[in-house]
Design a protein around this ligand. Structure first.
Ligand code: XIL
Length: 373
């Protein structure tokens, strides 16, 4: 009798253990072994001021990106003056939680202070001096976190939509080879970390072709790009799952890994340049562009969940070449899409709502992992 009771008890225990082993409830557990699950964190999450947001990050994710803390204007605001306060805390946070830590970013056309491109009289700085400034920036920032940041977005958004090189100040003053110097120096500053190229709209065939040509040129120059980052500022109907799949395959063909680096899914009405992610793009406010200021209708909530699941199924199918999927924020309240490209909208692009509650999209992403493994 006693023996039978034990058998039943152990059967119940085994069954419940099996269930919990099969159905992970955190993103990082659900996708463990497939790819890292990351999130961009803001200053309140880095410092812990947003205690609830920080708790979600620690519990759910195994990789972090700094939403703004490491951008040039914050980390190197004046000539010869670096401010590492927040960036140091960001890296400490990642180490404390044993996370895969991403650096974002070194060379970009946005969020760079004007002084970088000017001489003392306010005229465009000469080529040699700009190369010197870039060298100093890369060695100082990458060098400081050598061995602690595993992966750096070295150059961000170097391409136009037609695949040509963006006419940034970097290109105007240094020439297209600014990219080669940036990657060479980043590698010298920390030879062990992964070099990333990061951009948006790589699903657009013309831009993707430009990215492929660019990576090939870098490779021919001896630069080992480890990861191409597809930002993933996506919409409900673009890019399609098929287009996403083709993009991943085309990029992986270069012998690199692919990461989705800034995933969010915009459910709001689209604006003229619907698929740009250029942070300088702005559109006038208009109530018609902000239809869900009082909450998200159930039907849209469900459609968002399905769309998230469809994309994660594609990522999972290609896990062999995927290194990471990173969401661009924790809750909907954190999202940059509340103020870009239209100020003051209520946006719903992420997996947690404004009350820190996981949305149906969160469950759908977990379910996609459990079904796809
Ligand atoms: C955004 C941040 O989320 C905002 O807080 C900031 O005001 C502007 O930049 N592509 C990128 C990111 O590579 O760095 C941008 O982040 C979004 C587009």
């Amino acid at each position: 009798m006693l023996h039978r009771r034990f058998t039943i008890l152990s059967m119940i225990l085994t069954a419940s253990l099996a269930v919990s082993a099969q159905t992970p409830t955190t993103l990082k557990d659900a996708y463990r072994g497939a790819f890292h699950i990351g999130v961009a964190i803001n200053s309140d999450q880095i410092t812990g001021k947003d205690a609830r947001g920080t708790a979600i990050v620690a519990e759910q994710f195994d990789s972090i990106s700094p939403e703004n803390a490491m951008k040039w204007e914050n980390i190197h605001p004046k000539a010869g003056k670096y401010d590492f306060t927040l960036a140091d805390q960001y890296v400490d946070f990642g180490e404390k939680h044993h996370m895969f830590i991403v650096g974002h970013n070194l060379v970009w056309h946005s969020q760079v202070p004007a002084w970088v491109f000017q001489d003392d009289s306010g005229k465009p700085v000469n080529r040699i001096e700009l190369l010197r400034r870039m060298h100093d920036h890369i060695f100082t920032v990458v060098g400081r976190y050598k061995g602690r940041i595993q992966s750096w977005d070295v150059v961000n958004e170097a391409l136009n939509e037609d695949g040509t090189l963006r006419d940034s100040k970097w290109k105007q003053i240094i020439g297209p080879e600014y990219l080669i110097w940036a990657y060479r120096w980043a590698h010298e500053a920390d030879p062990m970390m992964e070099l990333n190229y990061n951009d948006y709209n790589l699903e657009n065939p013309a831009k993707r072709k430009g990215a492929i040509d660019l990576i090939k040129i870098l490779q021919q120059n001896g630069i080992k790009i480890a990861v191409v980052g597809v930002q993933g500022h996506d919409h409900m109907n673009w890019p399609s799952a098929d287009l996403e799949e083709q993009t991943i395959l085309d990029l992986a063909n270069l012998g690199v890994k692919v990461a989705i680096t800034e995933l969010d899914l915009d459910v709001l009405p689209t604006v003229p340049q619907a698929t740009t992610a250029d942070v300088s793009y702005h559109v006038e406010s208009d109530p018609k562009l902000n239809p869900y200021s009082k909450g998200l209708p159930d039907s849209v909530q469900k459609a968002l969940a399905t769309r998230y699941a469809d994309l994660f199924k594609v990522y999972l199918k290609h896990r062999e070449v995927m290194s990471r999927v990173t969401l661009w924020g924790v809750t909907d309240a954190d999202s940059w899409l509340n103020d870009w490209p239209v100020k003051g909208r209520s946006s719903y692009p992420l997996l947690w709502d404004r009350n820190f509650k996981p949305k149906p999209a969160f469950d759908a992403v977990i379910q996609a992992a459990n079904q796809g493994k």
